[in-house]
Design a binder for this molecule. Structure first.
Ligand code: UDP
Ligand code: GLC
Length: 389
């Protein structure tokens, strides 16, 4: 097969995803499959991911009986799977049938992995799990962590993680270290040539100091901490970009309550889900990444670094790795609106003092976190497990 990015993509791969919604893991998958045109994607549900993968030249197989796995939440008891056990079994069989025609099975999510593990076993195919999560108690219930790690130890040929932090959590949870390969996420994006002020005007954003948060709305992404920080910083405006993609509507309502409580409605603009994040980032003075639980990676950090906008992020999970321990961005402790407010005012009061660091961050993003580098590393792993390295 002709490889589009110079990778000899000979084996045929079955990429499996449980969701059709595009959050970070699915954006990574969209970019990761670029050299694998002609391979197949098995999707549990239809969504934006279907077109994205089809656009990369993958053949799409949609599960015949769409089974929403939304009820199987990360902290749910394994017993909650009982009512849908029959349908899960049917899904395993479907994946196994698709896997028979492929050389390697590549599961891109935790739920996809759980079912692919049985399917790959049934048909004797090597299984790669691209684990985009931190398997710790902040993110998953104990029973789920044990089930995932045990199944990985038994059935996975490789477990790919995007950061040291994710690798550590997997091993601390009992996962075999030898399974792990760390492949940092990589991405490409175009910078808008317009200066921030022109962009801001074109986007209808307010003049004056402006910060932004660019993550899906979810409790662990910590938008509430930024709102609390804003209450301490009179005169500062903020855009909140992103939507509750996976049913976090109660948290979205909580954010609105906070805005009302602190009377911030004229200083915070909620823009919802957008497809022009890098452009919006370039229009703000600082990108804030306030996750309260460890972040497995955080594409948003790299996007901000790439477009050359200073970042303030919480020191939880992979942020410190990406921001070079604070040399490429400011790190603050999680759940500390006071510390976040102090860091923001320091940056906004004296942006020149941070210019060198922002330049370093951009260099770092370009040299370490490009899409091509990620695609090559992933391809090496796939070729190895297919026995064709
Ligand atoms: N994103 C987007 N539109 C939005 C909000 C976020 O396209 O309105 C993108 C963002 O640019 C980033 C991704 O969603 O590429 C989020 O990935 P990340 O790894 O930061 O976090 P996740 O949401 O996957 O935990
Ligand atoms: C997950 C993680 C995020 C990571 C993304 C891609 O959605 O929450 O930190 O960047 O996957 O690996």
């Amino acid at each position: 097969m002709a490889a589009r990015s110079g990778i000899a993509a000979r084996p045929s791969v079955l990429f499996v995803s449980h969701t059709g919604t595009m959050s970070g893991a699915e954006l990574v998958l969209r970019d990761a499959v670029q050299p694998w045109a002609g391979s197949t994607a098995f999707l549990f549900e239809d969504g934006a991911l279907t077109d994205a993968l089809r656009g990369q030249g993958l053949e799409i197989r949609l599960a015949r009986r769409r089974t929403s796995l939304a009820a199987l939440r990360r902290d749910a008891s394994p017993l909650s799977a009982l009512p849908v056990l029959g349908r899960l079994g049917a899904l395993v069989l479907e994946i196994a049938r698709a896997a028979r025609a492929c050389d390697v099975v590549y599961a891109n999510s935790q739920k996809a992995f759980l079912l692919s593990a049985f399917a790959a076993r049934c048909v004797g195919r090597p299984l790669v799990w691209h684990l985009h999560d931190i398997l710790d108690s902040a993110h998953f219930g104990r029973a789920q962590r044990i089930a995932q790690v045990s199944l990985a130890n038994l059935c996975a040929t490789r477990v790919i993680v995007p950061s040291e932090a994710a690798a550590r959590a997997f091993v601390q949870g009992g996962g075999r270290r030898s399974l792990i390969r760390i492949v940092p996420n990589g991405l490409d994006l175009d910078r808008d040539p317009r200066p921030a002020a022109a962009l801001r005007a074109a986007l209808g954003l307010p003049a004056g100091p402006l910060v932004g948060v660019f993550s899906r709305i979810a409790p662990w992404k910590g938008q509430d901490v930024l709102i609390e920080a804003l209450a301490r910083l009179p005169g500062l405006h903020c855009i909140v970009v992103g939507a509750p993609l996976f049913g976090e509507n109660a948290y979205a309502a909580h954010l609105m309550d906070l805005v009302a409580k602190y009377r911030l409605s004229d200083r915070i603009t909620f823009l919802g889900q957008r497809d022009d994040v890098p452009r919006l980032m370039q229009a703000v003075d600082v990108v804030v990444h306030p996750s309260v639980d460890p972040e497995p990676f955080g594409r948003t950090l790299v996007e901000a670094m790439r477009v050359g906008v200073p970042v303030v992020a919480t020191d939880a999970g992979a942020s410190a790795e990406i921001l070079d321990g604070g040399a490429a961005g400011t790190l603050v402790p999680p759940r500390r609106p006071d510390r976040l407010a102090a860091a923001l005012s320091e940056l906004l009061d004296n942006p020149e003092a941070f210019a060198t660091r922002t330049g370093l961050a951009r260099e770092r993003a370009l040299s370490r976190y490009g899409a091509d580098r990620m695609q090559r590393a992933l391809a090496d792993i796939i070729l190895q497990v297919a026995g064709r390295a």
